[in-house]
Design a protein around this ligand. Structure first.
Ligand code: FCB
Length: 444
C-alpha cells in the first residue's frame, strides 16, 4: 500500500514532536531552576554516554530557525513541551517572567508561520526543589502542578491549540521510581505507585485549573501505550500478557477513563498500592478533549519473561518494529472505553544509527517505519477509530534520556559539534507526504 495525504480525513493534523529538556539547552539561563534531569545526569553511570542536556540542540537560541524548518516540512502543528523550572525555578512561588516570555515568543512564532501549537506541560523535567520534598510521591506536587498549569494557560491561552498535562506518566513513575532508569532513579515499587497516583491526580487538578482559563484550546493527556501479546496460547502466557497490559496500560487508562484502578492489578500489587482519597478518582477522571497515544512497539509476554520474535526487525533501541500493534491498540481503545475521547498519535518514530554522507543522510529503515505506522493509522481510521492527528517523534536528533546522544530519533540529523541540521531522507519523505507530492512511496 502506498499512502498519500488523501488517505486521511481533510482536517487530520500532521506534525512533529520534541520536548524541552531534550532540545532546549540553556540549562542555566534566564532564571531556569535545576530539574531532576540536571541532577540525574550528573550521577555517575546514569547516562550511557555520560552527557546531559546543558546544550542539547541549543533550541533555546535557535528556535526561529527550527520553526522555519518545521514549516518547511509542511507540518500543520508542532508538539513541544514547557519546562516547569523555567516558569517557576523551584516549582512553586514566584513566576519567572523570562520563562513565560520565551514560550510566548515560541508560540507566537508558530502562529506567524501557520503552525498550530500543541503544548505538553510536563515532559519529565520536574523542578529539583519539588523532588527534594518527595517529588510526585508528595501529594502536594499535584497541586503545585495545577498551579503551574494555570499560570501557563493564563499567559498563552487559546493561542495554544492543545494542552496535554503529562507526557507518559508510566515513565515518570514506574520507570523512574521502580526501575530506576529515569530521574530520580529510585527502585521502590511502593513509591512508584504513589508517584503514579500523584501524577494522575496532578493531571486531573491541572485540567480543572485550565478549564477555568481557556475556551477553544483542547485539553488532554499523553500516555505511552504498548499492546501486550501472549507468547503462545498457553494459559500462563495469556495471564502474563494480561498482567503486562494491566500494569502498563490499564493502570493509567482506567483511572482516567473509568474513574477506577484495574481490580486485578490492584490485588496483585498487594500492600504497595497507593493511598487514594475519596474524591481522587472522580477528580482524575474528569472529561478530557483528547487522549494522546505514544506508540513505538509491543510486548510479547511469556510466563518466564518477555520474548523477542526472531523473525522481526528491531530498531537501535532494540524495540521490535510492529505496526500491526498500533492498529490493534487503537481499535481496542475504541472497543474497551465507552468514554474514549478523540485520539491523537502524539509520538511515533524510530532510532537508527544514522551517518551523514556529505549533506545527505539515508535512513531507509526510518522511512519504512513511518510508512508502515501511518498505514496502521489508516487501517484504524477505516475501522471507525476517531484519530485526529499524527506527530512524528522527533523533529530532530536530541538528548535521548538514559541513552544520551547515542540514539537518533530525528527526521532531521543534528551535528552536535556545529549544531548544523541536515534533513534525513525521512524528513524529505514526510514533507512529500504532507505537501501532497507524489513521493509517498519509500525512497529507493
Ligand atoms: C518517549 C518519550 C520521548 C522520547 C521517545 C523515544 O518515551 O516521550 O521523550 O524519548 O520515547
Amino acid at each position: 500500500m502506498t499512502i498519500t495525504r488523501k488517505d486521511f480525513p481533510d482536517n487530520f493534523t500532521f506534525g512533529v514532536a520534541t520536548s524541552s529538556y531534550q532540545i532546549e539547552g540553556a540549562a542555566h539561563e534566564d532564571g531556569r531552576g535545576p530539574s531532576i534531569w540536571d541532577t540525574f545526569c550528573r550521577e555517575p553511570g546514569r547516562i550511557l554516554d555520560g552527557t546531559n542536556g546543558d546544550v542539547a540542540c541549543d533550541h533555546y537560541h535557535r528556535w526561529p530557525d527550527d520553526l522555519d524548518l518545521i514549516r518547511s516540512l509542511g507540518a500543520d502543528a508542532y508538539r513541544f513541551s514547557v519546562a516547569w523550572p523555567r516558569i517557576q525555578a523551584d516549582g512553586q512561588g514566584p513566576v519567572n517572567p523570562k520563562g513565560l516570555d520565551f514560550y510566548e515568543r515560541l508560540v507566537d512564532g508558530m502562529l506567524e508561520r501557520g503552525l498550530k501549537p500543541y503544548a505538553t506541560l510536563y515532559h519529565w523535567d520536574l523542578p529539583q526543589a519539588l523532588q527534594d520534598v518527595g517529588g510526585w510521591v508528595n501529594r502536594d506536587t499535584a497541586f503545585r502542578f495545577a498551579e503551574y498549569a494555570r499560570i501557563v494557560a493564563e499567559r498563552l491561552g487559546d493561542r495554544v491549540a492543545s494542552y496535554a498535562t503529562l507526557n507518559e506518566p508510566w515513565c515518570s513513575s514506574l520507570l523512574s521510581y521502580q526501575l530506576g532508569e529515569h530521574a530520580p532513579g529510585l527502585r521502590d515499587r511502593r513509591l512508584a505507585l504513589a508517584a503514579a497516583h500523584g501524577l494522575l491526580l496532578g493531571h486531573g487538578e491541572a485540567i480543572a485549573a485550565m478549564r477555568d482559563v481557556v475556551h477553544s484550546a483542547q485539553l488532554g493527556i499523553v500516555l505511552n501505550l504498548q499492546p501486550a501479546y501472549p507468547a503462545s496460547e498457553r494459559p500462563e502466557d495469556i495471564t502474563a500478557a494480561r498482567f503486562a497490559d494491566g500494569t502498563f496500560n490499564r493502570w493509567f487508562l482506567d483511572p482516567i477513563l473509568r474513574a477506577e484502578y484495574p481490580a486485578d492489578i490492584w490485588e496483585a500489587y498487594g500492600e504497595d498500592v497507593p493511598e487514594v482519597q475519596p474524591a481522587d478518582l472522580a477528580r482524575i477522571a474528569q472529561p478530557i478533549d483528547f487522549m494522546g497515544v505514544n506508540y513505538y512497539s509491543r510486548s510479547v509476554n511469556g510466563a518466564g519473561g518477555n520474548v523477542r520474535p526472531p523473525e522481526s526487525s528491531y530498531t537501535h533501541m532494540g524495540w521490535e518494529v510492529y505496526p500491526q500493534g498500533l492498529t490493534d491498540l487503537l481499535v481496542r481503545l475504541k472497543e474497551d472505553y465507552a468514554n474514549l475521547p478523540p485520539l491523537l498519535i502524539t509520538e511515533n518514530g524510530a532510532a537508527y544509527p544514522d551517518e551523514p554522507l556529505g549533506k545527505r543522510v539515508q535512513d531507509p529503515e526510518r522511512v519504512r517505519y513511518l510508512q508502515l505506522h501511518l498505514e496502521a493509522v489508516v487501517q484504524a481510521l477505516r475501522q471507525g477509530v476517531d484519530v485526529r492527528g499524527y506527530f512524528a517523534w522527533s523533529l530532530m536528533d536530541n538528548f535521548e534520556w538514559a541513552y544520551g546522544y547515542s540514539r537518533r530519533f530525528g527526521l532531521v540529523y543534528v551535528d552536535y559539534a556545529t549544531q548544523e541540521r541536515i534533513l534525513k531522507d525521512s524528513a524529505r519523505w514526510y514533507r512529500d507526504l504532507l505537501t501532497g507530492q507524489a513521493q509517498a512511496a519509500p525512497l529507493p
